[in-house]
Design a protein around this ligand. Structure first.
Ligand code: SF4
Ligand code: SF4
Length: 376
């Protein structure tokens, strides 16, 4: 009788909650977590310094993960409020690694919302790496061929004699706009899902608190709340501001190349700013990589997407520095280095919405939504 009752209850629950077993398997694989081991003790939510008092995370996400409730997890605003300090994993008595589970849900979310969907596969699956690299290589070769400059010039290194900057800038800008436009479509779907799953129940005036969220991002105040890992905040700030500075310098360099004020002299303030930005990025990356390698227990499982992001930013920054040195030193391989650097630029900047770096958009959107509904 007891068995029959149990089966009936299970059938009723399953008919109402529609678990996605494939999603659960993938989540378990990505996070390295035995999801069924969670006993719902709530320690993780109790120790999380970022969890709101109302419906705190990550305990509820853990039960949904155990049930494979994809619908509730993808488009869940709370997984983006987590800043992955790892405290919940440290205090989990069953070693279920909630911090890794939440990080993997974020990864599955930006892949889910990627438009077109195959772009997420292209940059997040190792098997597709050769294709992801081949695309920019072929496009750059096509540009060089069409511009008729596909021949290394004699004499001192002059990148503009080999690389048609006008063609490159316009093609790269058009493709970037296309990819980012498609990304905004995915972010629109993410916003709709957040509204559906976390309606405004905690107050909030419904207005978008742009300046408040901008302040949170610029000061990294949420990293301070996860106070147990201060090195993470420093590393993230170095990377964030270094990357921002590098984007500004690149935009100036594009403008300078259009107005024929190019290349920039060695002591140009913009060149110095670019070098400072590179130094900030390399230092931030160094801290992040060493933390991941030394504190494996805390940082948990590093996925292909994690490493791909760190390595591609490192390659972009270092190749940029070598391109600069090669020009001043008239190195024989200067043009090859520049070509390599352009592929790295494509990989980081153009593929950005589909990689882990896309969290710039998703986290900002989630913070805006959370604060607009009064979720703190
Ligand atoms: S993940 Fe760990 S700490 Fe959180 S509810 Fe489950 S068993 Fe408890
Ligand atoms: S990793 Fe840190 S911020 Fe994220 S849920 Fe766990 S304790 Fe909270």
């Amino acid at each position: 009788m007891g068995q029959i009752l149990l089966k009936v209850c299970k059938a009723i629950i399953l008919s109402r909650i529609q678990p996605d077993i494939e999603f659960k398997r993938e989540l378990s694989r990505l996070s390295g977590s035995q999801l069924n081991m969670c006993m719902q003790c709530g320690n993780c939510s109790a120790v999380c310094s970022l969890a709101p008092a109302e419906r705190p995370f990550p305990r509820k996400e853990m039960v949904w993960s155990g049930w494979g409730l994809k619908e509730k997890l993808i488009g869940n605003v709370d997984v983006w409020l987590c800043h992955q300090c790892g405290d919940c994993s440290s205090y989990c008595p069953r070693e279920v690694k909630p911090a890794d589970v939440i990080a993997s849900i974020r990864q599955m979310s930006y892949q889910y919302y990627a438009k077109p969907g195959f772009m997420a596969k292209l940059v997040n699956k190792p098997a597709w790496l050769p294709v992801a690299i081949a695309i920019p290589v072929v496009v750059i070769i096509l540009i060089l061929t069409m511009a008729g400059s596909f021949k290394i010039p004699d004499g001192p290194v002059d990148y503009s004699a080999f690389f048609p900057h006008g063609w490159l800038n316009s093609t790269f800008s058009a493709i970037t706009l296309l990819f980012y436009g498609l990304a905004s479509w995915g972010i629109g779907s993410f916003w709709k899902d957040m509204k559906k799953q976390t309606p405004a129940r905690e107050g909030g005036n419904g207005r978008l608190p742009l300046f408040k969220v901008l302040g949170e991002i610029l000061t990294h105040s949420n990293f301070s709340a996860c106070g147990s890992r201060p090195a993470r905040k420093i590393a993230h700030m170095l990377l964030f501001f270094g990357f921002g500075l590098l984007v500004l310098v690149t935009l100036y360099a594009i403008w300078a190349s259009i107005t024929h004020n190019y290349p920039l002299p060695f002591l140009s303030p913009f060149k110095i700013a670019g070098n400072v930005a590179s130094l900030m990025i390399v230092t931030g990356l160094g801290i992040m990589v060493s933390q991941r390698l030394i504190n494996k227990e805390v940082f948990g499982k590093s996925s292909y997407s994690d490493w791909m992001l760190l390595i591609s930013i490192a390659v972009l920054t270092l190749s940029g520095t070598f391109v600069e040195l090669a020009r001043f030193g008239n190195w024989a391989i200067a043009y090859h280095l520049y070509f390599f650097h352009l592929v790295a630029v494509w990989f980081v900047i153009m593929y950005l919405p589909f990689t882990k770096l896309g969290h710039i958009f998703y986290r900002t959107t989630a913070l805006l939504y959370a604060r607009s509904i009064g979720r703190k």
